[in-house]
Design a protein around this ligand. Structure first.
Ligand SMILES: NC(=O)c1ccc[n+]([C@@H]2O[C@H](COP(=O)([O-])OP(=O)(O)OC[C@H]3O[C@@H](n4cnc5c(N)ncnc54)[C@H](OP(=O)(O)O)[C@@H]3O)[C@@H](O)[C@H]2O)c1
Length: 235
């Protein structure tokens, strides 16, 4: 049976991916820092072969522990992002929070790659984001991290072969992330973006789940960045 390890699987796009794979009858391991978040996700996900394990992508030892717990897997997908105090004008940035953002999006995925040989059979998919291409003021840290992810998957695709390594780059997607980013303004901001986008709506977590499945399963795709953003880079 195909097994997918999803870091970030306790919420948002990662949880939607877990739901889609369990519905297909596949094996899933969800991982993240917060054990309670993982438990809540596990209760709500469809019945199936599901395991959950904590990991902090900022901590190399926990990455090795996670791989040991998961055993051999076919695919690894990471949707992890730590945005706490990362969306600020550069003049207000705390370097510790900048490092935390890069740990979740760039350094952690590099460490997932470091231990992938012999543990991951087919693919590693890392989540980037549209703002590497369409930045807004206050978004420098995550824009830089997303740009780094794009360079990273090209480099890893040649170094980790035959494991295929790709990135999915979302636009605005209605997930738990927005509760933390926008608070009470969440619905207003998402509706305003929906009105601007060529597709007339923001993304759903399920749109991204479909993309992670397509990218990770396509045996002729490696070193690619696939944009799933409703046209957000164009407007
Ligand atoms: N939603 C959007 O509009 C949007 C737009 C562009 C790009 N993206 C990208 O899409 C990806 C998924 O976003 P989402 O909306 O699904 O976010 P989300 O719901 O906030 O999920 C992020 C997940 O990452 C986990 N995480 C954070 N730091 C971690 C760490 N150091 N180690 C392990 N797990 C960690 C979190 O769990 P714990 O807190 O339990 O660790 C959480 O489950 C992110 O990479 C984000 O940058 C999102």
């Amino acid at each position: 049976m195909t097994t997918t390890l999803i870091i970030g699987g306790g919420s948002g796009m990662g949880r939607a991916l877990a739901a889609a794979l369990l519905t297909r009858g596949e094996s899933v391991v969800i991982a993240g820092r917060d054990a309670d978040r993982l438990k809540r996700a596990a209760v709500a996900l469809p019945d199936g072969d599901l395991r959950a394990h904590t990991v902090d992508l900022a901590d190399e030892e926990t990455i090795v522990e996670l791989y040991d717990h998961a055993g051999p897997v076919d695919h690894v997908v990471t949707t992890a992002v730590d945005v706490r105090d990362a969306y600020l004008p550069v003049a207000a940035l705390d370097p510790a929070r900048v490092h935390a953002a890069f740990d979740a999006k760039v350094v952690g995925p590099l460490l997932l790659a470091k231990y992938a040989q012999g543990r991951v059979a087919e693919s590693l998919t890392i989540t980037a984001g549209f703002n590497a291409h369409r930045p807004a003021p206050g978004g420098a840290v995550i824009a830089a991290a997303n740009g780094a992810v794009e360079a990273l998957v090209r480099a890893l695709a040649v170094e980790l072969a035959p494991i295929r390594v790709n990135a999915v780059a979302p636009g605005w997607v209605d997930t738990d992330l927005w509760d933390r980013l926008a608070g009470d303004e969440r619905d207003t901001r998402l509706a305003a973006m929906a009105a601007r986008l060529p597709v007339g709506r923001v993304g759903r977590a399920e749109d991204l789940a479909d993309a992670f499945i397509a990218v990770s399963r396509n045996g002729f795709t490696t070193g690619s960045v696939v944009h799933i953003d409703g046209g957000q880079r164009l407007v």
